[in-house]
Design a protein around this ligand. Structure first.
Ligand code: CP3
Length: 318
C-alpha cells in the first residue's frame, strides 16, 4: 500500500512542518514515517519512505516534489548536453542517510520485512524529459523515436542509478525490492520491448546475486505483463484492470503476482470494499504466489480504518 502514509493524520502532522527531502535526509524521521502505516494498518511488510526521484536529488539534479503534483525538474533533459546533469550514484557517499534509515527500520520491524524500491528507467525518464508529470509523454516519446541512441544512454544511466540505490538498500537490510515503472502502460508492447525492457533488465540482472525477491510494478500495464516478467522480476504487480487469474496467465509460470484492488474503492464504505476484496482473493484462487495489494497507491482521502479492516479481512480470508 504505497503512500499509505498520506492518509494518516500522524504522517500529515509531520509533513506540516517538514519537507519530503528533509524527511528523507533524516534517518530517524524516515524510520518513523516508514513505520507509521505498519503500526496503524498491520500490513505484512513496510516500504521504505523515499521517492523515485530521491537518487537524482542526491546527485545534485534540481528536482522538487510538489504537493498534489509530483516531481518537478528545474531543467528537463532533452539533448545530449542536458545529460551532463546526470552522473553515477555512489549511494554510500551521495545518500548515506538511506542505509542508516534502512538499518533503523529493520531493527524496529523485527520479523516484518522491509521493501526497498527505486524507479524504473522509463518512469524516471518520463519525469526528467517532460520536466514533471505528464499525460501524453510527448517529449519522452519524441526523444525515444528521434534519438534512440541518446534515449538508450539516458535509460541505461538511470538504470545504473536505480541499481546502485537498490543494492545499497538491500546491503543495509531490505528483504525485497520493488521497481516502479508506474507509467510504462503508456507504451505499446513493441515499443516497451524495444526501447525500455533492456534497461529495466539491467536492474533486475544487477540484483540477481543478492538473492532477494524482485517486484516489478506498473499501472495500465495489462498488455505488458509478459514482457515485465521477462525483464527479470520474480513478482509482477498488476493494477485493477486485469483480474489476477488472467494476469497470471499473461505473466507465465514460475513468477508470483501482486495486486490488485482498485484503490479508489477504498474511498467507499466497507460494504463496497469487502466484496471487491473477496473478488480479488477468488480470482487469485488457492494457488500460491499471490501478494494481496492495492492496484496503485493509497489516495490521500482514504479512511485509515477502512485500510485496517481490509488488512484484517485479507489476513482472515486470504
Ligand atoms: O508508501 C510510501 O510512502 C513509500 C514511499 C514512496 C513515496 N513515493 C513517497 C511519497 C514511494 C514508494 C513512492 C514512489 C513513487 N513516487 C512513484 C511510484 C509509485 C506509484 O505510486 O506509482 C512515483 C510515480 C512517484 C512520484 C511521486 N511522488 C508522485 C506521483 C507523488 C504524488 C504527488 C501528490 O502529492 O499527489 C509523489 C509525492 C510523494 N511521494 C508522496 C509520498 C508519501 C506524497 C505526499 C506528500 O507530499 O507528503
Amino acid at each position: 500500500m504505497r503512500q499509505a502514509g498520506r492518509s494518516l493524520p500522524e504522517y500529515r502532522a509531520i509533513r506540516e512542518r517538514v519537507g519530503m527531502f528533509e524527511i528523507m535526509r533524516d534517518p530517524a524521521l524516515t524510520a518513523e514515517v516508514t513505520l507509521q502505516p505498519v503500526r496503524r494498518l498491520g500490513v505484512d511488510a513496510a516500504i521504505l519512505f523515499s521517492d523515485i526521484v530521491a537518487p537524482l536529488d542526491a546527485i545534485g539534479v534540481d528536482v522538487d516534489i510538489k504537493p498534489g503534483v509530483g516531481p518537478v525538474f528545474g531543467q528537463p533533459v532533452r539533448t545530449a548536453a542536458d545529460l551532463a546533469q546526470l552522473r553515477p550514484l555512489d549511494a554510500d557517499t551521495d545518500m548515506p542517510w538511506v542505509a542508516e534509515a534502512v538499518r533503523l527500520v529493520v531493527a524496529e520491524l523485527g520479523a516484518t520485512p522491509l521493501i526497498g524500491f527505486a524507479g524504473a528507467p522509463f518512469t524516471v525518464a518520463s519525469y526528467l524529459v517532460e520536466g514533471g508529470p505528464s499525460r501524453e509523454y510527448a517529449h519522452t516519446k519524441a526523444l525515444m523515436r528521434t534519438e534512440p541512441e541518446l534515449w538508450r544512454t539516458l535509460l541505461d544511466t538511470l538504470a545504473d542509478i536505480s541499481l546502485a540505490s537498490l543494492r545499497a538498500q538491500v546491503l543495509a537490510g531490505a528483504s525485497a525490492i520493488q521497481v516502479f515503472d508506474s507509467w510504462a502502460g503508456t507504451l505499446s508492447a513493441a515499443d516497451y520491448e524495444r526501447y525500455v525492457l533492456p534497461s529495466s533488465r539491467r536492474i533486475f540482472d544487477g540484483l540477481a546475486d543478492l538473492g532477494v525477491p524482485r517486484i516489478h510494478f506498473g499501472v495500465g500495464t495489462g498488455e505488458l505483463l509478459g514482457l515485465m516478467a521477462a525483464a527479470g522480476a520474480d513478482v509482477v504487480g498488476v493494477d485493477w484492470r486485469v483480474p489476477i487469474d488472467e494476469a497470471r496467465r499473461r505473466i507465465g509460470p514460475g513468477k508470483a503476482v501482486q495486486g490488485n484492488l482498485d484503490p479508489v474503492l477504498c474511498l467507499a464504505s466497507w460494504d463496497v470494499v469487502e466484496p471487491a476484496a473477496r473478488d480479488v482473493l477468488a480470482s487469485a484462487g488457492e494457488a500460491p504466489g499471490h501478494i494481496f495489494n492495492l492496484g496503485h497507491g493509497v489516495l490521500p482521502d482514504t479512511d485509515p480504518d477502512t485500510l485496517r479492516r481490509l488488512v484484517d479481512f485479507v489476513h482472515t480470508h486470504g
